[in-house]
Design a protein around this ligand. Sequence first.
Ligand code: CTP
Length: 405
Amino acid sequence: MLKDKHIIVGITGGIAAFKTATLVRLLVKAGAEVQVVMTPNAREFITPVTLSTLSGRPVISEFFTANTGQWNSHVDLGLWADAMVVAPATASTIGKMANGVADNMLVTTYLSAKAPVFVAPAMDLDMMRHPSTVRNLELLRSYGNHIIEPAEGELASHLIGKGRMEEPENIVLVLDDFFARGQDLAGRRVVITAGPTVERIDPVRYISNFSSGKMGFALAEECAARGAQVTLVAGPVSLSTRHPAIERVDVESAEQMLQATLAAFGQADVAILCAAVADYRVDNVAQHKIKREGNEPPVLRLVPNPDIALATGQAKRPGQITVGFALETDNEQANALGKLQRKHLDMIVLNSLRDPQAGFQVDTNRVTIITADGRQTPYPLKNKREVAADVVDAIHQLILSQKNA
Ligand code: CTP
């Protein structure tokens, strides 16, 4: 997807700048045309000769080329680009970008760029956590820039924490995704529930289920890659999100998931209810650890949890779409259709637990998509990201048909 794309790679003065050579090489290998723009400080970390050799174009870092006096037009460059990626982005450059401090070629080009901008921060963990960095990144997000979150790991300071620039291979993936998907959900807001819920018994014990959250997370990545702003309401899972347009809200119980989902659904176009919500919670959660010795075996009294899909379906305004999932062991089609109707859903994605390659904990899924008009479309076995693409295609069709109705 990167073939013939014009990409500005902005490099700032951080130790991770050495990795940007790999980024440039990978982009060129993928067929992109790359123009490197460096801040003066970046040249202390990696030489322009390396980068101009890898990109096949002279590197720009000053407003004027020293020997010829030729003016480097940031405006032309901004218009030339299909995307700009700043990697590594130091705290200082992020601050300048957020506040329009155009004192170098890189920030000036950024301010002129019409194309989508991707920012891959790299800095020490304490700088990353500082309120000014947090606020500046928030500002960049509010301008529609895509933040490629840094990874956790050992930093140049030898401290361990969040601040390592994302690996070049993953930055290329983010860009590739961006161009591959098209942007058919641009401007849409989607809320997705994912993973299990956890219902406490006492401070150390709980009731839950085997949901891994993989399907919901794949849906979140898919929607974000296609331009949507996503709120991912996730129960406790060991998964991470990659795309900058995903705002993740971590919750524990069904009650918390309900509140977070309804709060986000107010401004959303679509809700995808993918979580495996515990149907019951313990009525009388013990404040202290339940002891074994000398006590009768405890009796847990369970009370029903709220149905988040139903509550979202009931809160739906004209134009909003709700999509559910059904995991069934028998009488699949009829049960799924019943759930669709009961929960006021527009679409339900059915998977069968009888299929060993579908459902909890596995990377693959085989689904049938059922819409409110009764239409059923079976799909072959696919990995969950591909299933997510099918589900989002079907949602996009629903959006289009509502618009034409
Ligand atoms: N769901 C929900 N809140 C609940 C239970 C289910 O939001 N408390 C959603 C699920 O995320 C899914 C759909 O409803 O999209 C169907 O979930 P499922 O567990 O299959 O349905 P239940 O109504 O719990 O029916 P049952 O467990 O009896 O099959």
